[in-house]
Structures are given as structure tokens and as C-alpha cells.
Design a protein around this ligand. Structure first.
Ligand SMILES: NC(=O)c1ccc[n+]([C@@H]2O[C@H](COP(=O)([O-])OP(=O)(O)OC[C@H]3O[C@@H](n4cnc5c(N)ncnc54)[C@H](OP(=O)(O)O)[C@@H]3O)[C@@H](O)[C@H]2O)c1
Length: 257
């Protein structure tokens, strides 16, 4: 069976770069998101099959799984759709923002995984193995002030990934997690800061952040390891960011003479 991977959140940022990278490496790809125009442009560029789907809508997710099964099946799934909304404290946050973050980062991930597992099992029976990778965040491993709902959602996504790996034990399906630190994508911080473009530039000032293409390269590399190799957790940060609390601004200089 041809290597075929479903990537959610493929209309921008890390997801779009991941589809491009898989396509460059000879994989068949299925690109999933809500904005069809962007998916169609990506499809024209990469040959991906575009499927419009809101991962928080169970009816649409069931339709996604049926379309993937009918169009060639899958041996891989990247749960990348996600995002952050707001930086308010736990005390002052909005429950609507928190619900939105849980819906897409946690429930959507579970829902897509559940719907596609029979398709991935079928792929594994035909090709020998299948892979699932969830894109979480370093925010899913370290809490920080103002991280609130995003921290909680990504910690949950990390937990779900660990549970799933245990539950699929004994099957030829590896379950991986990629937790990026600071990545410069067009929309992520803009969404988090509610469209404030000036504030959204600040996290990337005087630092070399990761680019979506760099995250995609590591992600696809994990899929291309021999099928018995499971990279449980990949934490990927720019060198200048040594923790969620420590980002060096300015040039990196070796100490000494
Ligand atoms: N950028 C960073 O610094 C960073 C760091 C660590 C982790 N991450 C994580 O990496 C992933 C990708 O981030 P990014 O920076 O590439 O962000 P992005 O450019 O904002 O991309 C988010 C993607 O998710 C899709 N999406 C959002 N809600 C959806 C829904 N309900 N149904 C289907 N698709 C949905 C969006 O597409 P549509 O709007 O078209 O649906 C978009 O393609 C996210 O899970 C994010 O939390 C990002």
C-alpha cells in the first residue's frame, strides 16, 4: 500500500508545511481544515486530497473518515489542528475561550483519532504498520502565567497521547507526540492575541524562532523511521529558547575568547 497520511489543520502554518514535506518525500496526503480555498490552493501545489472538516463536529469527522477510507485509506494521521485563544489569568479567563481550546485541541483530536482508527488498522494490515502523531506544545509540559486554558488543553492532549499509546499496545501502530516551542507561523499568535498584529510580532522579536518547515521536517522524519521505532515524545525548540520562561533575545555568542 502507498504511504498515505491525513494531516489536520492543513490550511496554514505547521499543518500546511507538513503536507508539503510529506508530498516532497513521496507520500500521498489528505489535507484537512475548515477553509476550503486554502486547502484547494495547497492541493493544486502538492497533489494533496483536500477535505473540508471541522474537527469539533462529529458528523463532519465521521464523513472525513468515510471519505479517507473510500479514497485509498491511510497509514498515517497527524492531529495538528489546534490553537490558543486569550492570555487571561485563570481568574479572569472566559469559559467560551476555554471551551473552544478544549474542543479543538482535545475533543477534536480524540474524535478524529477514534473515527480514523479503523482506517489506520486496515492500512496497518495491508502495509504492515501505521503511525499517529499528535502535535501538542511545550505548553503541554510546562505551565506559565496566562497559559491557562491553552496549558490545560495541551496537557490534556499530552495525556490522551500517552493513554492511546498504552491502549494500542500490541498493535503495529505507533503513537507519537511532537511538542514544539516557539514557532513563527502566520496566524497562531495573532489568533491568541485576538488580532493585535503589533503585539503578535513581539514574541518573535530579536530571536530566531522555529519555522513551520523545520517542524515539518522533524515530524516527517519521525514517520520515516523504521516501523518498530516509536519516538514517544519529541520536544523541539529554537536554541535561543531554553524553557517556556527563558528566551534569549539578541545574538547567540559563545562564551570565552
Ligand atoms: N506556532 C506555535 O508557536 C506553536 C507552538 C507549539 C504548538 N503549536 C501547535 O501546533 C499546531 C499548529 O499550529 P500553527 O502555529 O500552525 O497554527 P495555525 O497556523 O493557526 O494553524 C492552525 C490550523 O488548525 C486549523 N483548525 C483550527 N480549528 C479547527 C477546527 N475546528 N477544525 C479543523 N481545523 C481547525 C486551522 O485551519 P482552519 O481555520 O482552516 O480550520 C489551521 O489550519 C496547533 O495545534 C498549535 O497549538 C504551535
Amino acid at each position: 500500500m502507498q504511504r498515505r497520511v491525513v494531516v489536520t489543520g492543513a490550511s496554514s502554518g505547521i499543518g500546511a508545511a507538513t503536507v508539503r514535506r510529506f508530498a516532497e518525500r513521496g507520500w500521498e496526503t489528505v489535507a484537512v481544515a475548515r477553509r476550503v480555498d486554502r486547502l484547494e490552493a495547497l492541493a493544486a501545489e502538492t497533489g494533496a486530497q483536500p477535505i473540508a472538516c471541522d474537527v469539533t463536529d462529529e458528523v463532519q469527522v465521521a464523513r472525513l473518515a468515510a471519505e479517507v477510507a473510500a479514497s485509498g485509506g491511510a497509514t498515517g494521521l497527524v492531529n495538528n489542528a489546534g490553537g490558543a485563544w486569550g492570555t487571561e489569568s485563570v481568574e479572569h479567563a472566559s469559559n467560551d475561550d476555554w471551551r473552544r481550546m478544549f474542543e479543538v485541541n482535545v475533543i477534536g483530536l480524540r474524535s478524529v483519532t477514534s473515527a480514523l482508527l479503523p482506517v489506520l488498522r486496515d492500512g496497518a494490515r495491508r502495509s504492515g504498520s501505521a503511525s499517529i502523531l499528535n502535535v501538542t506544545s511545550t505548553a503541554g509540559h510546562s505551565a506559565y502565567p496566562g497559559g491557562g486554558g491553552y496549558n490545560a488543553a495541551k496537557f490534556a492532549a499530552h495525556a490522551v497521547t500517552s493513554v492511546l499509546r498504552l491502549e494500542l499496545g500490541g498493535e503495529p501502530i505507533r503513537v507519537m507526540e511532537l511538542a514544539p516551542g516557539l514557532v513563527h507561523t502566520e496566524e497562531f499568535t495573532l489568533n491568541r492575541l485576538r488580532g493585535d498584529a503589533e503585539a503578535a510580532r513581539k514574541p518573535y522579536a530579536d530571536v530566531t524562532p522555529l519555522q513551520a518547515e523545520e517542524v515539518a521536517s522533524v515530524l516527517v522524519g519521525a514517520f520515516e523511521q523504521p516501523p518498530h521505532v516509536n519516538q514517544d515524545l519529541i520536544v523541539l525548540r529554537p536554541v535561543a529558547q531554553t524553557s517556556v520562561f527563558h528566551t534569549h533575545r539578541g545574538p547567540l555568542i559563545a562564551k570565552g575568547e
